[in-house]
Design a protein around this ligand. Structure first.
Ligand SMILES: NC(=O)c1ccc[n+]([C@@H]2O[C@H](COP(=O)([O-])OP(=O)(O)OC[C@H]3O[C@@H](n4cnc5c(N)ncnc54)[C@H](O)[C@@H]3O)[C@@H](O)[C@H]2O)c1
Length: 359
C-alpha cells in the first residue's frame, strides 16, 4: 500500500474533463445538492482519508488547468502516472473506449480501489475480460451511477421493503428519450439497486432505428431507447421508456414510491384501508446535504479499511449492469425478442458513438 507523506491513501484521477475535474455549469445550476461534489478530483480532495497525488489527461489544456487548480503533478500518459506515483486508489473519468485498458493497467500496477465512470465498456469481449480482471475480492470498485449511494434512494429502498408497501412489483425509470450508453447505465443501475438479490431472466429492448447503424453484431452509435422491459426471476418487472423528469417509480401492491427529479424529494402514495384510489400522500424532501462522488469514495475507503460487503456488491452491480446494457443491444438486433443476459453473442459491440464523441 502506498501511503502519502501524511499517512493518507494516495489517489489519482485519470481523465480531467467534466466528470474528472470540471463539473459542468448545468449540473451546478440544476442538480440537487446531493450531487455535489460531482467531479472526481473535487470529491477526492474533500475525502479526509485520501490525498490527491496526481492527475492525468492527454489534452494539455485540461491537464494544465487541473494541475494548477489541485496543485499536484500532471501526466499525459497514465502508465507513467501509475509507475511513478503508485496510487492505491484510482478514479477513471475518460470516455468508455479507453476505459478497459486503463483499468487493466491500474490493476497490473497494484491499484486496490477503483472509482469508474459509466458505462464500463463497449463489447461482450471486453466485459468477459473485465469480469475476470475484477474478480479479485481484494479489489474494491464503485461506479459513476451515484444515485445508489444517495440517502434519498436508500430511504426509498427501505420504505419499499416495509410490510405496508405490499411487496415490490415494478420499477420504472424515467430518464426521457435518451441514449442507451450515455444515460441508461444510470437507469439499469437503479433497477438493480431496487431489485437487490433478484436475477434478471430476460431483457426485451427497442431502439429508435435511425439512432444506430447495424453492422452484423456491431451497433454503431448510441441507440436512443424507445422501451426496455426487464423480467426478474420472481416476477418483478423493470421498465425504461421515454417519459422524462429523472424520476424512479417503485410500484408495490398497496402504493407507489417516487423519487423525483434526481433525488430532490420522495413521494409516497397509498390508500386508506380498501380504497382503490391511492390518495394518501406523504412527501419527504431531500436533506440538502452534499454527497455526489464523495459518497462513492467514502465507500471505497471503507472497503480499503476492510468493510468489503458493500464494495463487493457494487462490483457485482457494475458488471451485471454492463451485461444488461449489452443485452439491450442484442435484443434490439433480434427485433426486440426477449434475451437471456447470460447468453450474449461474444461478438456483440455497441460503440456508444455520437458524432465523433463516445459515451
Ligand atoms: N456519472 C455521471 O453522472 C456522468 C455524467 C456525465 C458523464 N459521465 C461519463 O463520464 C465519462 C467522461 O465524461 P465527460 O463528460 O467528463 O467527458 P470529457 O470528454 O469531458 O472528459 C474525458 C476526458 O478524458 C480524457 N482522456 C481521453 N483519453 C485519455 C487517456 N488515454 N488518458 C487520460 N485522459 C484521457 C480526455 O482528454 C477528456 O479530457 C463518460 O464515459 C461519460 O459517460 C458520467
Amino acid at each position: 500500500m502506498t501511503a502519502s507523506s501524511i499517512g493518507k491513501i494516495c489517489a489519482a484521477v485519470i481523465g480531467c474533463g467534466r466528470m474528472g475535474a470540471v463539473t459542468s455549469d448545468a449540473m451546478r445550476r440544476f442538480a440537487p445538492a446531493a450531487w455535489m461534489p460531482l467531479s472526481h478530483a473535487e470529491a477526492v480532495v474533500t475525502q479526509p482519508s485520501l490525498e490527491l497525488v496526481g492527475v492525468c489527461d492527454i489534452e494539455p489544456g485540461l491537464l494544465a488547468s487541473a494541475v494548477a487548480r489541485f496543485g499536484v503533478p500532471g501526466y499525459a500518459d497514465y502508465h507513467e502516472l501509475l509507475d511513478n506515483l503508485r496510487p492505491e486508489l484510482v478514479t477513471v473519468a475518460t470516455r468508455t473506449p479507453e476505459r478497459p485498458d486503463i483499468i487493466s493497467a491500474a490493476v497490473a500496477a497494484g491499484v486496490r480501489a477503483l472509482h469508474l465512470e459509466k458505462p464500463l465498456c463497449n463489447s461482450v469481449a471486453q466485459l468477459t475480460q473485465l469480469e475476470a480482471l475484477l474478480a479479485t475480492p481484494s479489489l474494491a470498485c464503485t461506479f459513476g451511477t451515484l444515485r445508489r449511494y444517495m440517502p434519498i434512494y436508500r430511504r426509498a429502498l427501505e420504505l419499499a421493503g416495509g410490510a405496508e408497501f405490499g411487496g415490490l412489483n415494478q420499477v420504472q425509470v424515467n430518464m426521457g428519450k435518451a441514449p442507451l450508453m450515455w444515460t441508461h447505465p444510470h437507469s439499469i443501475d437503479l433497477l438493480l439497486f431496487f431489485a437487490g438479490d433478484r436475477r434478471v431472466k430476460s431483457v426485451s429492448a427497442h431502439f429508435a432505428e435511425s439512432s444506430v447503424e447495424r453492422q452484423g453484431s456491431r451497433l454503431d452509435g448510441d441507440p436512443v431507447v424507445v422501451s426496455v422491459l426487464f423480467e426478474f426471476d420472481d416476477g418483478l418487472t423493470g421498465l425504461i421508456g421515454q417519459t422524462g423528469g429523472c424520476d424512479v417509480i417503485l410500484a408495490g401492491s398497496n402504493g407507489t414510491i417516487t423519487v423525483e427529479s434526481d433525488g430532490r424529494r420522495l413521494r409516497m402514495r397509498s390508500s386508506e384501508g380498501d380504497d382503490a384510489y391511492w390518495d394518501r400522500l406523504c412527501v419527504e424532501e431531500a436533506d440538502g446535504d452534499p454527497g455526489g462522488t464523495r459518497l462513492a469514495l467514502d465507500r471505497l475507503v471503507d472497503g480499503l479499511n476492510g468493510n468489503t460487503n458493500q464494495v463487493l456488491a457494487d462490483k457485482r452491480a457494475i458488471l451485471t449492469g454492463q451485461r444488461l446494457l449489452l443485452a439491450c443491444g442484442q435484443s434490439h438486433l433480434a427485433g426486440g425478442a426477449a434475451v437471456d443476459p447470460n447468453e450474449l453473442d461474444p461478438d456483440l459491440v455497441i460503440t456508444g458513438r455520437s458524432g465523433n464523441r463516445y459515451a
